[in-house]
Design a protein around this ligand. Structure first.
Ligand code: 13P
Length: 312
């Protein structure tokens, strides 16, 4: 397991993980199996790997893959758990799986679902969705991940699953704003539904995906509900209402080294929609971006939703 090296109380994080079998910084109080060895060198970690599992913030994927490129076997299979995507002017939407696939030249599948990390680590029952375009790999991927408490469904729609995983992070911030404002469950349910409608519309228009069944898998509605109740992005939404601090400062205070993916994705979506003169079609995504940048007061969030296209 490649681990970005950090010094914790004078000791290397990789040494702590290998001695204590615990990631004391990012997943404290959870024991990691002793056959998992933390390695600070990504090239060493991926050499000879048959299945490479990617779990890192989406903004670091490209540079990490570039380092790995010389060591990865061409027949290796990639699997991305990263819930984000990159929107580039001119190039449009770049899925994280395609960045991995293009940089390393390997086939890449994705795994997304209602999988809050601490709950999975505590072996609480949950479901997940794996998407792999090549059906020949479905059986091995299912066998590798399925356990009595982690139930897997394998499908082929990679871009649909990845879009769900990225877009729900933005809606999670909205759910937190509702909590911060002191509104109740009806309001939160409305934000979840409007968010789902915008997720479906965005996926249909920009990823040209007509397959709505993906929104009823664990990666769709289930992950959206989990994130809107227990996700880190929900915490951010709540904090944005209660404090006027910049979101980067809130990230440091709340996550102690982890990162909120929602604001980055909201910013990318905003730029993409603005370029196409489509901001008014996605009022929830737009309001969340503007609240995160402090352009809009969070107390005006509900006002931004009152004339949603869903109500016209
Ligand atoms: P957060 O990044 O908001 O914690 O999302 C958690 C998640 O993806 C659960 O499946």
């Amino acid at each position: 397991m490649y681990v970005y090296e950090e010094i914790i109380d004078g000791l290397k994080l990789t040494d702590i993980i290998n001695m204590e079998h615990e990631n004391v910084k990012y997943l404290p109080d959870i024991k990691i199996s002793p056959n998992v060895i933390a390695v600070p060198d990504v090239v060493q970690a991926c050499t000879d790997g048959d299945i490479l599992i990617f779990v890192l913030p989406h903004q670091f994927v490209k540079e990490t893959c570039e380092k790995m490129a010389r060591a990865v076997k061409p027949e290796a299979l990639g699997l991305s758990l990263i819930k984000g995507f990159v929107l580039t002017e001119g190039e449009g939407i770049q899925l994280v799986s395609s960045i991995i696939q293009d940089t390393l030249g390997i086939e890449t599948a994705v795994l997304m679902g209602a999988n809050l990390a601490t709950e999975v680590a505590s072996e609480m029952f949950c479901e997940t969705t794996i998407a792999c375009a090549n059906e020949e790999h479905h059986e091995i991927l299912s066998k590798l991940f399925q356990t009595p408490y982690f139930r897997v469904k394998v499908i082929t729609n990679v871009s649909g699953v990845e879009a769900c995983g990225a877009l729900k992070n933005v809606v999670g911030i909205g759910a937190g704003i509702v909590d911060g404002l002191g509104f109740g469950d009806n309001t939160k349910a409305a934000v979840i539904r409007l968010g789902l409608m915008e997720m479906m519309k965005f996926t249909k228009i920009f990823l040209k995906s007509e397959d709505n069944s993906v929104f009823f898998e664990s990666c769709g509605i289930a992950d959206l509900v989990a994130t809107c109740h227990g996700g880190r992005n929900r915490l951010l939404g709540e904090a944005v209402v209660k404090s006027m601090k910049d979101i980067r400062l809130l990230e440091k205070e709340i996550l102690r080294g982890q990162s909120f993916q929602g604001p980055l994705i909201a910013k990318e979506i905003y730029g993409y929609l603005k370029e196409r003169d489509m901001l008014e079609q996605f009022p929830l995504f737009v309001a969340i971006h503007r609240i995160c940048t402090r352009e809009v007061d969070p107390r005006n969030f509900i006002e931004c939703l009152r004339d949603h296209p869903e109500h016209m």
